[in-house]
Design a protein around this ligand. Sequence first.
Ligand SMILES: [Zn+2]
Length: 452
Amino acid sequence: MEASNKKKVYKAHILFTKDQSRFEVLENGYVAVEDGCVVGIASDLSTLIGQGSMVNGQWSNGTCCDAEVVDFGDRLLLPAMNDLHVHAPQYRNQGIAMDLELLPWLQNYTFPEESKYADTAYAERMYRRFVRDLWRFGTMRSCVFATSHTESTRLLMRLFREAGMGALVGKVAMNRNCPESLSETVEEMVQVYENLISWCSHEGNLTPHSSLLPPRVRPIITPRFIPSCTPEMLRACGRLAAKYGLPVQSHLSENRDEIALVQALEKDSTCYGDAYDRYGLFGQTPTVMAHCVWTEGEELELMKKNGVMVAHCPTSNFNVASGMAPVRRFLDEGLRVGLGSDISGGHDLSIFRMMVYAIQVSKMLYQQDHGQPFLTLSEAFWLATKSAGSFFGRVGSFEPGYEFDALVIDDSDLNHDHYSLLERLERYIYLGDDRQILHRFCRGKEITEPKY
Ligand SMILES: [Zn+2]
């Protein structure tokens, strides 16, 4: 059973964002959870019980039934974090090799490290640490690139399942401009994906938990990016996504050299996004594209039209010297955007810290163009929670019907004077780390530290 069925009411200072413009703040508020989902939220218990008639009779006769009330006292209760773009096999490279741009960085650091994942013992050692560290930083859902290896990708999915955390895990497809050890034929790629999908079905990974909730750990079709895939490979990826109704993730318009390379490889395409679109990899099924630093014009319009989501990775933008993604413009245009750590182009796994970096990137852009206001704290928080969470289902908010993915923050060491609740949240985002995260929940179930 994936979710806890028992009714629970949690009491704490509750902060979340229904929309990007402002925080919802419930001082000493209550949130009711059943079968993994929020069924009610209110500032006081009597109001929560009064919501009974609206929550399918779960609060019969206006009483609180047999729900257990858990009082977190003076702690903060926040939606858990979502990482929309992270490379699990680059975990060892986190914080090194920060002296190269994208293409030489791939050749000299990334591909040699990913080649090691043919060895499942090595993969298990590294992936266990990686999953544990996602847990540490309160990231309960992530969109993950694995490698092209079948067994180590299967292992990573198993580790997420055992931990109780949600993940879309991608076996990476690639067959050009990469080392022989990471390359495969189109037929091999299709066969491996079908084996993986069949294994997932067998393991229950493709069986919905209920009519409302999608499986917590699922495969995601993952062509590395266009320079790594021949047209036949991209076409096969698009067919697999359509055939099995699976989401798609890749990289888009990160770096000017990369964009020029894509134009040279896909001569008929009108832009980088159009090249994916021609292969059925640009919103035909739910799609998230990392970076989009240089996305504009036709590509931006196509993303809007197809509902393609942006994974904004601000630390990676700086480290790999790619540029600064114009998130304010994306939001004003109505694009869907979330945040990603992009380990190891990015160096920091904390999505809280990613909010800070996203605000700082937007302030750098504001220096160049005062017509583009920088991101506010509520906007950055919303990007990391409700907006990014939408890629996983109804995730990232405490509105009724949302899955209860939550963090309990004990900020007593940071709250040494008379700070307001919003100031406490801001201080935690800017100054806090994993030490203040007291409890983590995914789909209503408390997730304890993976014991490795
Ligand atoms: Zn990436």
